[in-house]
Every structure is written in structure tokens, then in C-alpha cells.
Design a protein around this ligand. Structure first.
Ligand code: ZN
Length: 206
């Protein structure tokens, strides 16, 4: 499976926002309000369990033209798991998401960014791209104030960067505050935000 951390081919001021662990009944909507206010699209890596529990929020993402991606079903660490366990976690999540949105996700992000060892041996054989990140806001840490998240993302930002933040998990008001600041600042400096699916595709099977 192809594994990417950033889009090296991108030369213009283009970056990719991604959000993990949702959908979330408290955070997803206010986060969407900020994104939509600035007409910014993002990729949401959802867990199967939460997609199943909160289908309305999944649909809300889809209706607002954001992209929905796969973050495993239970959010367990898949690094040392067997092929069948990995395939189950991913395909179960695909099914839940497709049931609600009608689309099977193109992208997978392993929980905790821990890539299954078997991926390096080409197993399981899934038609997906694994997406890690090149800038981690680490908004799940205890010291994740809006200022700290900002300083982990912005200085030295590079075309093609993939930014990792969270809409799921716990209270994400600091994440939302950070976004209200970085989006207008970056836009004023000529940066644009895009969807991964507009720049990456999976080759058709032979
Ligand atoms: Zn996660």
C-alpha cells in the first residue's frame, strides 16, 4: 500500500487539513462552521464505531463537501496485527461509511499513526492509500492551547504539507480556536487548502 506523509509534487502554496477520530456530536459542527466560513475543505478520518454511532454528523461532513476517510473501526493499534484483523478493521469501517455516504473511502490513516508492519509486505491487499502527516498539531496533548497548536503548525509550513488535528476525542475548542486564526492568516499569505482526493488517486487494477 502506498504510504504518504506529504505531497512532494505540490509546488504552489497548497496544504491539506485533516481531522481524526470523529465524527463527534460536540466538536464536528463548530469545526465545520469555521471551515465553511472560509470555504475550506478538509479530509476527516473517521472511526467505524463513531461513524456508526453518529451517522448524522457523518452525513453533515459529506453534505458540506468534505471528504471522509477511514481511521479503522475500533481505533486499536494495528502495528503488529495479523492481516485478517487489519482487513476487518478497515473493511468494516468502509461498510459503515458507505452505508451512510454512498462512497467507499480512498484513504486510510492507521490509529496513532502506527503503520501495520504487514503493509510493508503488501498485506492485506486493499485499494487504499495510507495517509500519515507532515505537521502534527498534537492537539490531544495536555498542553494543547491554541498558541501551542498554532506554533506546531504554522512556522515553516511547506507546500504539500498534510496537517493533522482532531475533531473527535474530547473538547476540541482549542483546535477550533487555532483554526479561526491560521486559516485567515494563511489565506492572506496566499495559501490555499485542498482535498487529498483532488491530488491523489489509486491506480486501477491491471
Ligand atoms: Zn486517531
Amino acid at each position: 500500500m502506498r504510504i504518504i506523509k506529504r505531497l512532494h509534487d505540490v509546488k504552489e502554496k497548497l496544504i491539506f487539513l485533516t481531522f481524526d477520530d470523529g465524527p463527534d456530536p460536540i466538536n464536528t459542527r463548530p469545526l465545520l462552521d469555521v471551515l465553511n466560513l472560509h470555504d475550506v475543505r478538509a479530509t476527516f478520518f473517521c472511526t467505524g464505531i463513531r461513524a456508526e454511532k453518529f451517522p448524522d454528523y457523518l452525513l453533515l461532513l459529506k453534505e458540506n463537501d468534505h471528504d471522509i476517510a477511514n481511521h479503522g473501526y475500533t481505533h486499536r493499534d494495528l502495528r503488529f496485527c495479523q492481516s485478517k484483523v487489519i482487513a476487518d478493521e478497515i473493511s468494516r469501517t468502509d461498510r459503515v461509511i458507505a452505508e451512510v455516504t454512498g462512497e467507499i473511502p480512498l484513504f486510510f490513516r492507521p490509529p496513532f499513526l502506527r503503520v501495520p508492519i504487514l503493509f510493508f509486505l503488501g498485506k492485506p491487499n486493499l485499494r487504499k492509500i495510507t495517509v500519515l502527516c507532515s505537521r502534527n498539531g498534537r492537539d490531544y496533548q495536555r498542553d494543547a492551547t491554541a498558541d501551542n497548536i498554532y506554533s506546531r503548525i504554522l512556522p515553516g509550513i511547506t507546500p504539500g504539507d498534510i496537517i493533522l488535528l482532531h475533531d473527535g476525542g474530547e473538547d476540541r475548542s482549542e483546535t477550533i480556536k487555532t483554526l479561526s486564526r491560521i486559516i485567515p492568516e494563511l489565506e492572506a499569505d496566499g495559501w490555499k487548502f485542498s482535498l487529498l482526493r483532488e491530488h491523489l488517486s489509486i491506480p486501477s487494477p491491471e
